[in-house]
Design a protein around this ligand. Structure first.
Ligand code: 48F
Length: 257
């Protein structure tokens, strides 16, 4: 059989369109495909929720690919190691309380679990705005990342979501839009974004879990975004808090129906 380029083109356009149309209305839209977003996607998809991740970069993985300063190893605590076991990511004990894992194996394997559980990943798409009705975020406004990178004047499209997770890491991009463009008060002590504090791994790891919650009607925060929202410190290349936060946010959303 002779390969036909036009058949290949049609197949790609049709298949991608099917995927995107199927995700124009989702149970949960996850903004950011870093470790917190990927883990959340897995646990939500596993119980049958319709989940889509929108990731602005070409690659998923966020800050996990690079380990610490591009030394592509990550460190996790014993509680999070159990989660890596569940994903079949191999870990090695470094010393009591510290396990290491290969960053590439961790990202690729967790992503594989999430997508095989049914979560859809849309890469190269940036969430640039939200839709609000009666004080609740009911969806997202999306556009191709190269559109914003090149400054082209192209209008976006929209996705309806019963719940949204801001898993955008240090950037807290969804919350920034909410703060800038809406009257919604965030569920932080000041009612606004508090901003991330300087590195303190132990405190940050604990706070990441505490800060993982619904931050305004329809929107949850997970991962580094949760700490940045609530004024918690950063933690550097220890990733247990990110993984556990992804699991916790999925449990909260499932519990809230
Ligand atoms: O930054 P990121 O990995 O967030 P995380 O899951 O994990 C944080 C750690 O990587 C590390 C750390 C401690 O371990 O401090 O930083 O909380 O992943 C966030 C992802 O969100 C994407 C971004 O490209 C990255 O892959 N992102 C950010 N803004 C947008 C977005 C946006 N507006 N639309 C879509 N994706």
């Amino acid at each position: 059989m002779e390969l036909n380029e036009i058949t290949i083109t049609k197949a790609i356009i049709e298949r991608f369109s099917e995927k995107l149309i199927a995700c124009t209305e989702v149970d949960t839209a996850i903004v950011g495909g870093g470790p917190a977003g990927l883990v959340a996607a897995y646990f939500l998809a596993k119980v049958g929720k319709k989940v889509a991740i929108f990731e602005k970069k070409l690659s998923i993985g966020g800050g996990m690919w690079g380990g610490g300063m591009m030394f592509n190893e990550i460190i996790v605590q014993p509680e999070a190691r159990e989660l890596l076991d569940l994903f079949d990511v191999r870990t090695r004990k470094y010393e009591a309380g510290y396990y290491s894992a290969d960053a590439i194996e961790a990202v690729s394997t967790i992503c594989s679990y999430a997508t095989k559980a049914g979560a859809r990943v849309f890469n190269c798409i940036t969430v640039e705005d939200v839709m609000i009705r009666e004080g609740r975020v009911i969806g997202l406004v999306i556009n191709w990342t190269p559109v914003s990178m090149t400054g082209l004047h192209v209008d976006p499209l929209t996705i309806a979501a019963k719940s949204t997770i801001d898993a955008t890491g240090h950037a807290t991009e969804v919350l920034r839009v909410i703060e800038r463009k809406t009257d919604i008060r965030l569920n932080t002590p000041s009612g606004a974004l508090m901003g991330e504090r300087s590195m303190w791994a132990d405190r940050a790891e604990r706070l990441t879990l505490e800060n993982t919650r619904e931050i305004c009607p329809g929107v949850y925060v997970a991962g580094m975004s949760a700490n940045a929202a609530f004024g918690g410190p950063r933690m550097g290349p220890i990733f247990g808090g990110m993984l556990l936060s992804g699991k916790k946010v999925a449990e909260l959303i499932i519990a809230n129906g």
